[in-house]
Design a protein. Structure first.
Lengths: 116, 109
């Protein structure tokens, strides 16, 4: 497809369950980002993948959160033992270049996660 | 730590009015500044990206300015339309992209 896609669009889960969120970046984009948007708060950076380099995990809020990017393309964000405060919209973005100059981040539609 | 502030938090205007949205940031060591639009329940759509060496960018009825030394950016929307109603987010990129809280714009027919 032409843009960043994410699945599922909505996910409702029970507290304590694990969830996996998927992101398909724009084909050929080397950089991939995960963000979280909680109700009443701004967008929060979670994790950044650039090519084959080690990911920047500095934004992950706890060790219950992890992410992988297989084959330099699709990424999966996993949240283990979900808590109610994990409820948010999780947004994925990708970028084509290695430099922040001249390059926009393109966002997917997000996954709305609700933890009951 | 970079902090981004957007004023006002919400704005309601009649159709046809020109308007300005404001964004300020605390650390001027940035690569670029981006303005996004977010419609309810949707992802973000990039509107304009201003590189750190640039002063402004224009796209259609939108004009964004950047004064890096003072840590300020404005988004000017000319001849506003009801379809412009959305939340507008400002984001600056240094070591990472840091977002403001957004301005919720309503353009009334």
């Amino acid at each position: 497809g032409a843009g960043v896609s994410q699945s599922p669009s909505n996910k409702v889960t029970e507290k304590g369950k694990d969830v996996e969120l998927r992101c398909d970046p724009i084909s050929g984009h080397t950089a991939l980002y995960w963000y979280r948007q909680s109700l009443g708060q701004g967008l929060e950076f979670l994790i950044y993948f650039q090519g084959n380099s080690a990911p920047d995990k500095s934004g992950l809020p706890s060790d219950r959160f992890s992410a992988e990017r297989t084959g330099g393309s699709v990424s999966t964000l996993t949240i283990q033992r979900t808590q109610q405060e994990d409820s948010a919209v999780y947004l994925c973005a990708s970028r084509g270049g290695t430099s922040p100059l001249y390059n926009e981040q393109f966002f997917g539609p997000g996954t709305r996660l609700t933890v009951l | 730590k970079q902090e981004v502030t957007q004023i006002p938090a919400a704005l309601s205007v009649p159709e046809g009015e020109n308007l300005v949205l404001n964004c300020s940031f605390t650390d001027s060591a940035i690569y670029n500044l981006q303005w996004f639009r977010q419609d309810p329940g949707k992802g973000l759509t990039s509107l304009l990206l201003i590189q750190s060496s640039q002063r402004e960018q224009t796209s259609g009825r939108l004009n964004a300015s950047l004064d890096k030394s003072s840590g300020r950016s404005t988004l000017y929307i000319a001849a506003s339309q009801p379809g412009d109603s959305a939340t507008y987010l400002c984001a600056v990129e240094g070591s990472r992209l840091t977002f403001g809280e957004g301005t919720q714009l309503t353009v009334n027919p």
